[in-house]
Design a protein around this ligand. Sequence first.
Ligand SMILES: Cc1ncc(C[n+]2csc(CCOP(=O)(O)OP(=O)(O)O)c2C)c(N)n1
Ligand SMILES: [Mg+2]
Length: 528
Amino acid sequence: MFGVPGDYVLSLMDEIVGSEIELVGTCNELNAGYAADAYSRVNGIGAACVTYAVGGFSILNAVAGAFAERVPVIVLCGGPNRGDRDLHRQLHHTLGDYGVQVDVFSHVTQRSVGLTSGDAAPDEIDDAITACVRHRRPVFIEVPADLVSEACRAPAPIDFDLHPVSEPDVLAEAVNEAAEMLAKAEKPVVLGGVEVHRFGLGEQFEALLDHLDWPMATALMGKSVIRETHPNYIGVYSGALSEENVRRAVEEADVVLSIGAWMSDIDLGIYTARIDVGRMIHAGADRVQIKRHHFDDVYLGDFIVGLRDALPKKSARAPRIEPAAISLFEPFESDPNAKITIDRFYQRINHFLGDQDVVLADAGDSFLCAGDLIMHEGVGFICQAFYCSIGFSIPGALGVGLADRDRRPVVFVGDGAFQMTAQELSTLIRSGLTPVIFLMNNRGYTVERVIHDGPYNDIQNWRYHELARVFGGGFACEVRSEGDLETALAGVLEHSDELSFIEIHLDPDDCSAALKRLGAALAEQRFS
Ligand SMILES: Cc1ncc(C[n+]2csc(CCOP(=O)(O)OP(=O)(O)O)c2C)c(N)n1
Ligand SMILES: [Mg+2]
Protein backbone atom coordinates (compact mmCIF):
# COMPACT_ATOMS: atom_id res chain seq x y z
CA MET A 1 0.00 0.00 0.00
CA PHE A 2 1.39 3.38 -1.01
CA GLY A 3 0.72 6.59 0.84
CA VAL A 4 1.58 9.73 2.75
CA PRO A 5 0.58 10.21 6.41
CA GLY A 6 -1.40 13.08 7.95
CA ASP A 7 -2.99 13.44 11.36
CA TYR A 8 -6.43 12.20 10.23
CA VAL A 9 -4.96 8.93 8.98
CA LEU A 10 -2.27 8.14 11.57
CA SER A 11 -4.43 5.76 13.61
CA LEU A 12 -5.39 3.88 10.43
CA MET A 13 -1.75 3.76 9.29
CA ASP A 14 -0.75 2.25 12.65
CA GLU A 15 -3.15 -0.61 11.92
CA ILE A 16 -1.70 -1.07 8.43
CA VAL A 17 1.87 -1.06 9.75
CA GLY A 18 0.84 -3.74 12.26
CA SER A 19 -0.74 -5.88 9.53
CA GLU A 20 0.73 -8.08 6.78
CA ILE A 21 0.52 -5.17 4.34
CA GLU A 22 3.73 -3.26 3.62
CA LEU A 23 3.15 0.47 3.74
CA VAL A 24 5.43 2.35 1.33
CA GLY A 25 5.76 6.09 1.83
CA THR A 26 5.90 8.13 -1.38
CA CYS A 27 6.93 11.77 -1.82
CA ASN A 28 3.37 12.86 -2.59
CA GLU A 29 -0.10 11.38 -2.95
CA LEU A 30 -0.34 11.68 -6.73
CA ASN A 31 2.69 9.41 -6.96
CA ALA A 32 1.17 7.01 -4.42
CA GLY A 33 -1.84 6.76 -6.74
CA TYR A 34 0.26 6.10 -9.85
CA ALA A 35 2.33 3.52 -7.97
CA ALA A 36 -0.82 1.74 -6.73
CA ASP A 37 -2.23 1.77 -10.28
CA ALA A 38 0.93 0.23 -11.79
CA TYR A 39 1.16 -2.29 -8.92
CA SER A 40 -2.39 -3.32 -9.75
CA ARG A 41 -1.61 -3.75 -13.46
CA VAL A 42 0.99 -6.36 -12.46
CA ASN A 43 -0.59 -8.01 -9.40
CA GLY A 44 -4.32 -7.57 -10.00
CA ILE A 45 -5.17 -4.98 -7.34
CA GLY A 46 -3.42 -2.02 -5.72
CA ALA A 47 -4.01 0.21 -2.71
CA ALA A 48 -3.17 3.64 -1.36
CA CYS A 49 -3.71 5.40 1.95
CA VAL A 50 -3.84 9.18 2.31
CA THR A 51 -5.03 11.90 4.64
CA TYR A 52 -8.19 13.98 4.39
CA ALA A 53 -8.65 16.45 1.50
CA VAL A 54 -5.05 17.63 1.04
CA GLY A 55 -4.10 14.02 0.45
CA GLY A 56 -7.39 12.99 -1.13
CA PHE A 57 -7.48 15.77 -3.69
CA SER A 58 -3.79 15.20 -4.48
CA ILE A 59 -4.40 11.58 -5.41
CA LEU A 60 -7.54 12.42 -7.37
CA ASN A 61 -5.88 12.60 -10.81
CA ALA A 62 -4.28 9.18 -10.40
CA VAL A 63 -7.63 7.72 -9.31
CA ALA A 64 -9.37 9.29 -12.31
CA GLY A 65 -6.76 7.63 -14.53
CA ALA A 66 -7.34 4.24 -12.91
CA PHE A 67 -11.09 4.72 -13.38
CA ALA A 68 -10.73 5.62 -17.05
CA GLU A 69 -8.41 2.68 -17.74
CA ARG A 70 -10.27 0.17 -15.54
CA VAL A 71 -7.56 -0.52 -13.04
CA PRO A 72 -8.71 -1.77 -9.62
CA VAL A 73 -7.28 0.38 -6.81
CA ILE A 74 -8.56 0.74 -3.24
CA VAL A 75 -8.00 4.19 -1.75
CA LEU A 76 -8.27 4.53 2.01
CA CYS A 77 -8.50 8.06 3.33
CA GLY A 78 -8.55 9.29 6.93
CA GLY A 79 -11.08 11.88 8.03
CA PRO A 80 -12.19 14.05 10.94
CA ASN A 81 -13.71 12.40 14.00
CA ARG A 82 -17.45 11.88 13.81
CA GLY A 83 -18.08 14.08 16.88
CA ASP A 84 -16.23 17.01 15.31
CA ARG A 85 -18.32 16.71 12.18
CA ASP A 86 -21.53 16.81 14.21
CA LEU A 87 -20.41 20.05 15.86
CA HIS A 88 -19.44 21.58 12.49
CA ARG A 89 -16.01 22.50 13.83
CA GLN A 90 -13.77 24.50 11.51
CA LEU A 91 -11.00 21.90 11.31
CA HIS A 92 -7.80 22.13 9.27
CA HIS A 93 -8.01 20.63 5.74
CA THR A 94 -11.82 20.86 5.75
CA LEU A 95 -13.90 22.85 3.27
CA GLY A 96 -17.11 23.48 5.16
CA ASP A 97 -18.91 20.50 3.74
CA TYR A 98 -17.34 17.39 5.28
CA GLY A 99 -18.91 15.18 2.63
CA VAL A 100 -17.28 16.92 -0.32
CA GLN A 101 -14.48 14.37 -0.71
CA VAL A 102 -16.73 11.32 -0.87
CA ASP A 103 -18.90 13.28 -3.27
CA VAL A 104 -16.06 14.21 -5.62
CA PHE A 105 -14.68 10.67 -5.62
CA SER A 106 -18.10 9.24 -6.45
CA HIS A 107 -17.55 10.55 -10.00
CA VAL A 108 -14.22 8.76 -10.54
CA THR A 109 -14.70 5.49 -8.66
CA GLN A 110 -16.98 2.49 -8.77
CA ARG A 111 -17.87 3.07 -5.09
CA SER A 112 -17.16 6.05 -2.86
CA VAL A 113 -18.17 5.58 0.74
CA GLY A 114 -17.71 7.44 4.01
CA LEU A 115 -17.81 4.97 6.90
CA THR A 116 -19.88 6.13 9.84
CA SER A 117 -20.27 3.23 12.29
CA GLY A 118 -18.60 0.03 13.39
CA ASP A 119 -21.86 -1.83 12.78
CA ALA A 120 -22.13 -0.88 9.12
CA ALA A 121 -18.42 -0.74 8.27
CA PRO A 122 -17.77 -4.45 7.51
CA ASP A 123 -20.58 -4.60 4.94
CA GLU A 124 -19.65 -1.24 3.43
CA ILE A 125 -15.99 -2.26 3.13
CA ASP A 126 -16.85 -5.68 1.63
CA ASP A 127 -19.21 -4.01 -0.81
CA ALA A 128 -16.51 -1.57 -1.91
CA ILE A 129 -13.85 -4.29 -2.33
CA THR A 130 -16.27 -6.45 -4.30
CA ALA A 131 -17.18 -3.53 -6.57
CA CYS A 132 -13.48 -2.80 -7.13
CA VAL A 133 -12.60 -6.35 -8.12
CA ARG A 134 -15.73 -7.07 -10.14
CA HIS A 135 -15.76 -3.88 -12.19
CA ARG A 136 -11.97 -3.49 -12.37
CA ARG A 137 -12.26 0.10 -11.21
CA PRO A 138 -11.00 2.09 -8.19
CA VAL A 139 -13.00 2.60 -4.99
CA PHE A 140 -12.68 5.21 -2.25
CA ILE A 141 -13.23 4.55 1.46
CA GLU A 142 -13.11 7.44 3.95
CA VAL A 143 -12.47 6.39 7.54
CA PRO A 144 -13.05 8.88 10.38
CA ALA A 145 -10.00 8.78 12.69
CA ASP A 146 -12.05 7.77 15.74
CA LEU A 147 -13.74 4.88 13.93
CA VAL A 148 -10.48 2.99 13.44
CA SER A 149 -10.43 1.50 16.96
CA GLU A 150 -14.16 0.80 17.16
CA ALA A 151 -15.12 -2.86 17.50
CA CYS A 152 -16.95 -4.51 14.62
CA ARG A 153 -17.78 -8.05 13.61
CA ALA A 154 -15.16 -10.16 11.91
CA PRO A 155 -15.22 -9.93 8.10
CA ALA A 156 -17.08 -12.67 6.24
CA PRO A 157 -15.43 -14.41 3.28
CA ILE A 158 -16.20 -12.57 0.03
CA ASP A 159 -17.24 -14.26 -3.18
CA PHE A 160 -15.86 -11.92 -5.82
CA ASP A 161 -17.77 -13.52 -8.65
CA LEU A 162 -15.08 -12.25 -11.05
CA HIS A 163 -16.49 -13.94 -14.10
CA PRO A 164 -20.24 -13.64 -13.89
CA VAL A 165 -22.19 -16.20 -15.89
CA SER A 166 -23.49 -15.12 -19.29
CA GLU A 167 -27.15 -15.45 -20.20
CA PRO A 168 -26.90 -18.93 -21.87
CA ASP A 169 -29.33 -18.36 -24.78
CA VAL A 170 -27.89 -14.95 -25.57
CA LEU A 171 -24.35 -16.34 -25.42
CA ALA A 172 -25.26 -19.20 -27.78
CA GLU A 173 -26.91 -16.82 -30.25
CA ALA A 174 -23.96 -14.41 -30.21
CA VAL A 175 -21.40 -17.21 -30.64
CA ASN A 176 -23.38 -18.85 -33.47
CA GLU A 177 -23.82 -15.63 -35.37
CA ALA A 178 -20.16 -14.67 -34.94
CA ALA A 179 -19.00 -18.16 -35.92
CA GLU A 180 -21.15 -18.08 -39.05
CA MET A 181 -19.64 -14.77 -40.13
CA LEU A 182 -16.10 -15.93 -39.31
CA ALA A 183 -16.52 -19.28 -41.08
CA LYS A 184 -17.02 -17.42 -44.38
CA ALA A 185 -14.02 -15.16 -43.87
CA GLU A 186 -11.08 -15.41 -46.21
CA LYS A 187 -8.96 -12.59 -44.85
CA PRO A 188 -9.78 -12.36 -41.13
CA VAL A 189 -7.71 -10.54 -38.54
CA VAL A 190 -7.87 -10.62 -34.74
CA LEU A 191 -7.53 -7.41 -32.73
CA GLY A 192 -6.50 -8.21 -29.15
CA GLY A 193 -7.27 -5.67 -26.47
CA VAL A 194 -6.72 -4.47 -22.97
CA GLU A 195 -9.77 -6.15 -21.43
CA VAL A 196 -8.24 -9.58 -22.07
CA HIS A 197 -5.53 -8.55 -19.65
CA ARG A 198 -7.79 -6.77 -17.15
CA PHE A 199 -10.08 -9.77 -16.84
CA GLY A 200 -7.24 -12.31 -16.67
CA LEU A 201 -8.19 -14.03 -19.94
CA GLY A 202 -4.73 -14.22 -21.53
CA GLU A 203 -4.61 -18.02 -21.62
CA GLN A 204 -8.07 -18.39 -23.16
CA PHE A 205 -7.23 -15.72 -25.71
CA GLU A 206 -3.95 -17.37 -26.71
CA ALA A 207 -5.73 -20.73 -27.02
CA LEU A 208 -8.28 -19.14 -29.38
CA LEU A 209 -5.51 -17.55 -31.45
CA ASP A 210 -3.57 -20.83 -31.71
CA HIS A 211 -6.78 -22.59 -32.71
CA LEU A 212 -7.64 -20.11 -35.46
CA ASP A 213 -4.07 -19.35 -36.57
CA TRP A 214 -5.07 -15.93 -37.89
CA PRO A 215 -2.91 -12.80 -37.88
CA MET A 216 -3.35 -10.73 -34.76
CA ALA A 217 -2.70 -7.05 -34.08
CA THR A 218 -3.30 -5.04 -30.95
CA ALA A 219 -4.04 -1.41 -30.23
CA LEU A 220 -1.58 0.49 -28.01
CA MET A 221 -3.75 -0.01 -24.89
CA GLY A 222 -3.71 -3.75 -25.44
CA LYS A 223 0.00 -4.06 -26.17
CA SER A 224 1.60 -7.18 -24.64
CA VAL A 225 -1.75 -8.85 -24.15
CA ILE A 226 0.10 -11.95 -25.34
CA ARG A 227 3.82 -12.49 -25.84
CA GLU A 228 4.83 -10.59 -28.96
CA THR A 229 7.14 -13.32 -30.19
CA HIS A 230 3.94 -15.23 -30.98
CA PRO A 231 4.14 -16.11 -34.71
CA ASN A 232 0.68 -14.65 -35.35
CA TYR A 233 1.43 -11.27 -33.75
CA ILE A 234 1.94 -8.66 -36.48
CA GLY A 235 2.21 -5.39 -34.51
CA VAL A 236 0.36 -2.38 -33.13
CA TYR A 237 -2.61 -1.09 -35.10
CA SER A 238 -3.45 2.59 -34.70
CA GLY A 239 -5.05 3.75 -37.91
CA ALA A 240 -2.86 5.87 -40.14
CA LEU A 241 -0.12 5.87 -37.47
CA SER A 242 0.46 2.13 -37.92
CA GLU A 243 3.21 0.43 -39.86
CA GLU A 244 1.90 -0.05 -43.40
CA ASN A 245 1.69 -3.88 -43.33
CA VAL A 246 -0.30 -3.83 -40.06
CA ARG A 247 -2.60 -1.09 -41.32
CA ARG A 248 -3.36 -3.01 -44.48
CA ALA A 249 -3.88 -6.32 -42.68
CA VAL A 250 -6.53 -4.74 -40.47
CA GLU A 251 -8.18 -2.36 -42.92
CA GLU A 252 -8.29 -4.84 -45.79
CA ALA A 253 -9.53 -7.75 -43.66
CA ASP A 254 -12.98 -9.09 -44.54
CA VAL A 255 -13.76 -9.70 -40.84
CA VAL A 256 -12.13 -7.99 -37.87
CA LEU A 257 -12.56 -10.01 -34.67
CA SER A 258 -11.93 -7.55 -31.86
CA ILE A 259 -11.51 -9.20 -28.47
CA GLY A 260 -11.54 -6.75 -25.55
CA ALA A 261 -10.07 -3.87 -27.56
CA TRP A 262 -10.97 -0.27 -26.80
CA MET A 263 -11.72 2.21 -29.52
CA SER A 264 -10.16 5.36 -28.04
CA ASP A 265 -8.84 8.22 -30.17
CA ILE A 266 -5.18 7.31 -29.62
CA ASP A 267 -5.90 3.61 -30.24
CA LEU A 268 -7.62 4.53 -33.47
CA GLY A 269 -4.83 6.87 -34.55
CA ILE A 270 -6.97 9.96 -33.86
CA TYR A 271 -9.83 8.44 -35.79
CA THR A 272 -7.72 7.74 -38.84
CA ALA A 273 -8.67 4.06 -38.44
CA ARG A 274 -10.64 2.74 -41.38
CA ILE A 275 -12.54 -0.30 -40.10
CA ASP A 276 -16.05 -0.71 -41.39
CA VAL A 277 -18.50 -1.75 -38.60
CA GLY A 278 -20.17 -3.96 -41.16
CA ARG A 279 -17.04 -6.17 -41.09
CA MET A 280 -16.57 -6.17 -37.37
CA ILE A 281 -17.26 -8.45 -34.42
CA HIS A 282 -16.45 -6.55 -31.26
CA ALA A 283 -16.47 -8.47 -27.98
CA GLY A 284 -16.20 -6.32 -24.85
CA ALA A 285 -16.20 -7.12 -21.13
CA ASP A 286 -19.93 -7.90 -20.95
CA ARG A 287 -21.33 -7.29 -24.44
CA VAL A 288 -20.77 -8.45 -27.99
CA GLN A 289 -21.44 -6.27 -30.98
CA ILE A 290 -21.76 -7.86 -34.41
CA LYS A 291 -21.96 -5.39 -37.24
CA ARG A 292 -24.62 -2.90 -36.06
CA HIS A 293 -26.45 -4.90 -33.40
CA HIS A 294 -25.38 -6.14 -30.01
CA PHE A 295 -25.90 -8.81 -27.36
CA ASP A 296 -25.87 -7.83 -23.67
CA ASP A 297 -24.91 -10.09 -20.77
CA VAL A 298 -22.37 -12.02 -22.79
CA TYR A 299 -19.09 -12.12 -20.88
CA LEU A 300 -15.79 -11.94 -22.65
CA GLY A 301 -14.34 -15.16 -21.23
CA ASP A 302 -17.44 -17.18 -22.17
CA PHE A 303 -17.45 -15.70 -25.67
CA ILE A 304 -13.76 -16.51 -26.27
CA VAL A 305 -14.20 -20.11 -25.15
CA GLY A 306 -17.50 -20.43 -27.05
CA LEU A 307 -15.93 -19.22 -30.30
CA ARG A 308 -13.04 -21.63 -29.96
CA ASP A 309 -15.45 -24.52 -29.59
CA ALA A 310 -17.68 -23.35 -32.46
CA LEU A 311 -14.99 -22.80 -35.10
CA PRO A 312 -12.95 -25.50 -36.81
CA LYS A 313 -9.21 -25.43 -36.22
CA LYS A 314 -7.34 -23.19 -38.70
CA SER A 315 -10.47 -22.69 -40.81
CA ALA A 316 -9.82 -19.64 -42.97
CA ARG A 317 -6.93 -19.48 -45.38
CA ALA A 318 -5.68 -16.41 -43.58
CA PRO A 319 -2.83 -14.64 -45.36
CA ARG A 320 0.62 -15.05 -43.88
CA ILE A 321 1.81 -11.72 -42.58
CA GLU A 322 5.32 -11.13 -41.36
CA PRO A 323 5.41 -11.49 -37.57
CA ALA A 324 6.39 -8.30 -35.72
CA ALA A 325 9.12 -10.22 -33.88
CA ILE A 326 11.11 -10.42 -37.12
CA SER A 327 12.64 -7.08 -36.11
CA LEU A 328 14.51 -8.94 -33.38
CA PHE A 329 16.46 -10.78 -36.06
CA GLU A 330 17.57 -7.62 -37.84
CA PRO A 331 21.12 -7.13 -36.59
CA PHE A 332 22.01 -3.80 -35.01
CA GLU A 333 25.45 -2.45 -35.73
CA SER A 334 26.47 0.51 -33.69
CA ASP A 335 28.17 3.44 -35.42
CA PRO A 336 30.09 4.79 -32.39
CA ASN A 337 30.55 8.36 -33.62
CA ALA A 338 27.04 8.84 -35.00
CA LYS A 339 24.78 11.18 -33.08
CA ILE A 340 22.02 9.23 -31.34
CA THR A 341 18.57 9.55 -32.88
CA ILE A 342 15.15 8.34 -31.76
CA ASP A 343 14.93 5.67 -34.46
CA ARG A 344 18.36 4.21 -33.81
CA PHE A 345 17.87 4.33 -30.04
CA TYR A 346 14.71 2.21 -30.12
CA GLN A 347 16.18 -0.19 -32.70
CA ARG A 348 19.02 -0.81 -30.27
CA ILE A 349 16.75 -1.12 -27.23
CA ASN A 350 14.73 -3.83 -28.98
CA HIS A 351 17.81 -6.03 -28.56
CA PHE A 352 18.44 -4.91 -25.00
CA LEU A 353 15.14 -5.89 -23.36
CA GLY A 354 15.40 -9.08 -21.37
CA ASP A 355 12.85 -11.71 -20.43
CA GLN A 356 10.75 -10.65 -17.45
CA ASP A 357 11.23 -6.91 -18.04
CA VAL A 358 8.23 -4.65 -17.64
CA VAL A 359 8.33 -1.64 -19.96
CA LEU A 360 6.70 1.55 -18.72
CA ALA A 361 6.30 4.16 -21.44
CA ASP A 362 5.13 7.63 -20.46
CA ALA A 363 2.67 9.61 -22.55
CA GLY A 364 4.52 11.55 -25.25
CA ASP A 365 6.70 10.29 -28.04
CA SER A 366 7.91 7.62 -25.59
CA PHE A 367 4.73 5.54 -25.78
CA LEU A 368 4.44 5.89 -29.53
CA CYS A 369 8.03 4.68 -30.02
CA ALA A 370 7.88 1.96 -27.39
CA GLY A 371 4.78 0.58 -29.12
CA ASP A 372 7.11 -0.92 -31.73
CA LEU A 373 9.37 -2.67 -29.21
CA ILE A 374 8.86 -6.41 -29.04
CA MET A 375 7.76 -7.73 -25.67
CA HIS A 376 9.28 -11.21 -25.28
CA GLU A 377 7.81 -14.06 -23.33
CA GLY A 378 6.67 -12.73 -19.99
CA VAL A 379 7.55 -9.12 -20.80
CA GLY A 380 4.90 -6.62 -19.86
CA PHE A 381 4.05 -3.24 -21.32
CA ILE A 382 2.39 -0.56 -19.24
CA CYS A 383 1.25 2.82 -20.46
CA GLN A 384 -1.71 5.09 -19.90
CA ALA A 385 -2.60 5.22 -23.58
CA PHE A 386 -6.17 6.35 -22.90
CA TYR A 387 -6.01 8.74 -19.92
CA CYS A 388 -2.49 9.90 -20.84
CA SER A 389 -1.44 11.69 -17.68
CA ILE A 390 2.22 12.54 -18.06
CA GLY A 391 4.48 11.60 -15.14
CA PHE A 392 2.90 8.18 -14.59
CA SER A 393 5.99 6.11 -15.37
CA ILE A 394 8.47 6.98 -12.59
CA PRO A 395 6.07 6.29 -9.68
CA GLY A 396 4.66 3.51 -11.87
CA ALA A 397 8.08 1.85 -11.82
CA LEU A 398 7.89 1.86 -8.03
CA GLY A 399 4.57 0.00 -8.20
CA VAL A 400 5.86 -2.51 -10.75
CA GLY A 401 9.12 -3.13 -8.88
CA LEU A 402 7.34 -3.79 -5.60
CA ALA A 403 4.63 -5.92 -7.22
CA ASP A 404 7.28 -8.35 -8.39
CA ARG A 405 10.90 -7.89 -7.37
CA ASP A 406 12.00 -10.45 -9.95
CA ARG A 407 10.90 -8.21 -12.78
CA ARG A 408 12.94 -5.20 -13.91
CA PRO A 409 11.00 -2.04 -14.71
CA VAL A 410 12.36 -0.35 -17.86
CA VAL A 411 11.11 3.22 -18.14
CA PHE A 412 10.97 5.49 -21.18
CA VAL A 413 10.09 8.97 -20.06
CA GLY A 414 10.21 12.39 -21.71
CA ASP A 415 11.87 15.33 -19.98
CA GLY A 416 8.49 17.05 -19.56
CA ALA A 417 6.82 14.00 -18.05
CA PHE A 418 9.81 13.41 -15.79
CA GLN A 419 9.58 16.92 -14.32
CA MET A 420 6.05 16.10 -13.10
CA THR A 421 6.97 13.27 -10.71
CA ALA A 422 10.79 13.22 -10.63
CA GLN A 423 11.10 13.06 -6.86
CA GLU A 424 9.82 9.47 -6.78
CA LEU A 425 13.29 8.45 -7.95
CA SER A 426 14.09 8.79 -4.28
CA THR A 427 11.58 6.11 -3.24
CA LEU A 428 12.81 3.78 -5.99
CA ILE A 429 16.30 4.09 -4.53
CA ARG A 430 15.05 3.86 -0.93
CA SER A 431 13.17 0.65 -1.75
CA GLY A 432 16.32 -0.95 -3.21
CA LEU A 433 14.69 -1.40 -6.63
CA THR A 434 16.73 -1.78 -9.81
CA PRO A 435 14.79 -0.10 -12.63
CA VAL A 436 16.45 1.17 -15.80
CA ILE A 437 15.25 4.66 -16.64
CA PHE A 438 15.79 6.20 -20.06
CA LEU A 439 15.19 9.95 -19.86
CA MET A 440 14.51 11.21 -23.37
CA ASN A 441 15.76 14.81 -23.27
CA ASN A 442 14.44 16.62 -26.33
CA ARG A 443 14.27 19.98 -24.53
CA GLY A 444 10.57 20.32 -23.97
CA TYR A 445 7.07 19.18 -24.83
CA THR A 446 7.72 17.80 -28.29
CA VAL A 447 4.27 16.20 -28.64
CA GLU A 448 2.71 19.60 -28.08
CA ARG A 449 5.27 21.27 -30.38
CA VAL A 450 4.24 18.95 -33.20
CA ILE A 451 0.55 19.82 -32.70
CA HIS A 452 1.07 23.56 -32.21
CA ASP A 453 4.22 25.29 -31.01
CA GLY A 454 4.58 28.23 -28.65
CA PRO A 455 6.81 29.39 -25.79
CA TYR A 456 4.73 27.24 -23.40
CA ASN A 457 6.37 24.12 -24.84
CA ASP A 458 9.84 25.14 -23.60
CA ILE A 459 10.91 23.84 -20.21
CA GLN A 460 13.93 24.43 -17.98
CA ASN A 461 16.72 22.07 -18.94
CA TRP A 462 17.89 20.07 -15.91
CA ARG A 463 21.09 18.10 -15.52
CA TYR A 464 18.83 15.08 -15.26
CA HIS A 465 21.47 12.39 -14.94
CA GLU A 466 22.87 14.07 -11.83
CA LEU A 467 19.60 13.61 -9.99
CA ALA A 468 20.12 9.95 -9.14
CA ARG A 469 23.12 10.99 -7.04
CA VAL A 470 21.12 13.81 -5.42
CA PHE A 471 18.36 11.39 -4.46
CA GLY A 472 20.66 8.74 -3.04
CA GLY A 473 22.64 6.78 -5.61
CA GLY A 474 22.54 4.40 -8.54
CA PHE A 475 24.34 4.25 -11.86
CA ALA A 476 23.83 7.29 -14.09
CA CYS A 477 25.27 8.67 -17.30
CA GLU A 478 24.38 10.67 -20.40
CA VAL A 479 24.29 9.63 -24.04
CA ARG A 480 24.96 11.77 -27.10
CA SER A 481 26.26 9.22 -29.60
CA GLU A 482 25.68 5.59 -30.50
CA GLY A 483 29.02 4.81 -28.88
CA ASP A 484 27.87 6.42 -25.61
CA LEU A 485 24.75 4.29 -25.75
CA GLU A 486 26.79 1.08 -25.93
CA THR A 487 28.89 2.22 -22.97
CA ALA A 488 25.73 3.13 -21.04
CA LEU A 489 24.05 -0.23 -21.70
CA ALA A 490 27.21 -2.07 -20.62
CA GLY A 491 27.12 0.03 -17.44
CA VAL A 492 23.50 -0.94 -16.82
CA LEU A 493 24.41 -4.63 -17.00
CA GLU A 494 27.36 -4.11 -14.68
CA HIS A 495 25.18 -2.31 -12.14
CA SER A 496 22.23 -4.68 -12.29
CA ASP A 497 21.85 -4.53 -8.51
CA GLU A 498 21.03 -0.80 -8.46
CA LEU A 499 18.94 1.80 -10.24
CA SER A 500 20.25 2.97 -13.63
CA PHE A 501 19.44 6.37 -15.02
CA ILE A 502 20.44 7.15 -18.60
CA GLU A 503 19.87 10.60 -20.06
CA ILE A 504 19.53 10.52 -23.84
CA HIS A 505 20.20 13.88 -25.55
CA LEU A 506 18.04 14.32 -28.63
CA ASP A 507 17.44 17.14 -31.08
CA PRO A 508 14.22 18.97 -30.16
CA ASP A 509 12.74 18.17 -33.57
CA ASP A 510 13.80 14.51 -33.66
CA CYS A 511 10.67 12.46 -33.19
CA SER A 512 9.07 9.27 -34.45
CA ALA A 513 7.29 9.07 -37.79
CA ALA A 514 4.17 8.07 -35.83
CA LEU A 515 4.29 11.31 -33.84
CA LYS A 516 4.62 13.38 -37.00
CA ARG A 517 1.50 11.70 -38.36
CA LEU A 518 -0.30 12.01 -35.01
CA GLY A 519 0.61 15.70 -34.72
CA ALA A 520 -0.70 16.45 -38.19
CA ALA A 521 -3.97 14.61 -37.44
CA LEU A 522 -4.43 16.38 -34.08
CA ALA A 523 -3.51 19.79 -35.45
CA GLU A 524 -6.08 19.38 -38.18
CA GLN A 525 -8.74 18.53 -35.58
CA ARG A 526 -7.90 21.32 -33.12
CA PHE A 527 -6.86 24.16 -35.34
CA SER A 528 -8.96 23.85 -38.47
C1 LIG B 1 -0.69 15.73 -16.24
C2 LIG B 1 -0.69 16.19 -17.67
N1 LIG B 1 -0.49 17.49 -17.96
C3 LIG B 1 -0.43 17.91 -19.24
C4 LIG B 1 -0.60 17.02 -20.28
C5 LIG B 1 -0.52 17.50 -21.73
N2 LIG B 1 0.69 16.94 -22.36
C6 LIG B 1 0.62 15.83 -23.14
S1 LIG B 1 2.10 15.40 -23.76
C7 LIG B 1 2.87 16.69 -23.00
C8 LIG B 1 4.32 16.92 -23.19
C9 LIG B 1 5.17 15.74 -22.86
O1 LIG B 1 6.49 16.13 -22.94
P1 LIG B 1 7.65 15.10 -22.76
O2 LIG B 1 7.40 14.25 -21.58
O3 LIG B 1 8.94 15.84 -22.76
O4 LIG B 1 7.52 14.13 -24.01
P2 LIG B 1 7.80 14.48 -25.56
O5 LIG B 1 6.54 15.01 -26.12
O6 LIG B 1 8.87 15.50 -25.59
O7 LIG B 1 8.17 13.16 -26.15
C10 LIG B 1 1.95 17.46 -22.28
C11 LIG B 1 2.32 18.66 -21.48
C12 LIG B 1 -0.86 15.69 -19.94
N3 LIG B 1 -1.08 14.76 -20.86
N4 LIG B 1 -0.86 15.28 -18.64
MG1 LIG C 1 10.30 16.15 -24.22
